[in-house]
Design a protein around this ligand. Sequence first.
Ligand SMILES: NC(=O)c1ccc[n+]([C@@H]2O[C@H](COP(=O)([O-])OP(=O)(O)OC[C@H]3O[C@@H](n4cnc5c(N)ncnc54)[C@H](O)[C@@H]3O)[C@@H](O)[C@H]2O)c1
Length: 257
Amino acid sequence: MADRLDGRVALVTGAGSGLGRAMARRFADEGAAVMCVDLNEEGAKDTAAQIAEAGGRSAAMRLNVTDSDAVKDALERTDQELGGLQIVVNNAGVASPEWDLTVDVNLSGVYYGLVHGAQMLADRGGGAIVNIASVAGLNALVSSGVALAEGEQPPPDRAAAYVASKHGVVGLTRQFAVNFGQQNVRVNAICPGYIYTPMTAGTTEIPEGEAFLQALHPMGRLGQDNEIASAAAFLVSDDASFVTGVALPVDGGYSAR
Ligand SMILES: NC(=O)c1ccc[n+]([C@@H]2O[C@H](COP(=O)([O-])OP(=O)(O)OC[C@H]3O[C@@H](n4cnc5c(N)ncnc54)[C@H](O)[C@@H]3O)[C@@H](O)[C@H]2O)c1
């Protein structure tokens, strides 16, 4: 594994599961010390333990990203415990039809990571932030309907909160990239297509659901968590030193049509 992140310190939100865990592990494999934070403290601790077992440096703590002060504290604690913070990944998210919850976690949570994180990185000479948006940050979603009971109609506002929150993440990414462009803080987003994680398991575990999702991607398959982790590792590394303000689809061609 490349050592592109040797000596760097990263904080990853939602690191107790799925994409957050995969990114935390990948950053550690590339040499970074990683603070794993999640609402699910056990999950965050498991990820940190996996990193330590593989010979990496990590720590874990519980964090609810909807609490602005707690996000600021977590960033400061990472800086103190693991050394100078240079990388922040705002990944924690929920897939829910509930407006307040979805906007609080997916949009406000990312905003707090940006508003506190970008300034902290700037004060320390620079760094990189990656926000995990979605193809739902670029386009509307279509639903398979496989989870509905016979005769049940999908709610009229089914993916509205999720799509709005993820479009907001793309907007925040661009705005903070512009705001911090001259302070050596790069801010980018990844827009994953459907990836096998606990978030999508409810659909992928049903054969018609999985087939429906596969057919949405021109490559004919869903993605794996490590395919998002490798894009994130690129974006936070010096290989992406002139890349800022982009919303990068990593989606098997989903957003190409
Ligand atoms: N899996 C996909 O297909 C897919 C596609 C596009 C975008 N995404 C996005 O990727 C991100 C990660 O999703 P995933 O698939 O790994 O899901 P996941 O459910 O496996 O993991 C999400 C993690 O976020 C944590 N979390 C939830 N609310 C939180 C809060 N308030 N504070 C802190 N942590 C909280 C959960 O505890 C969980 O560990 C999300 O933002 C999601 O919207 C996922």
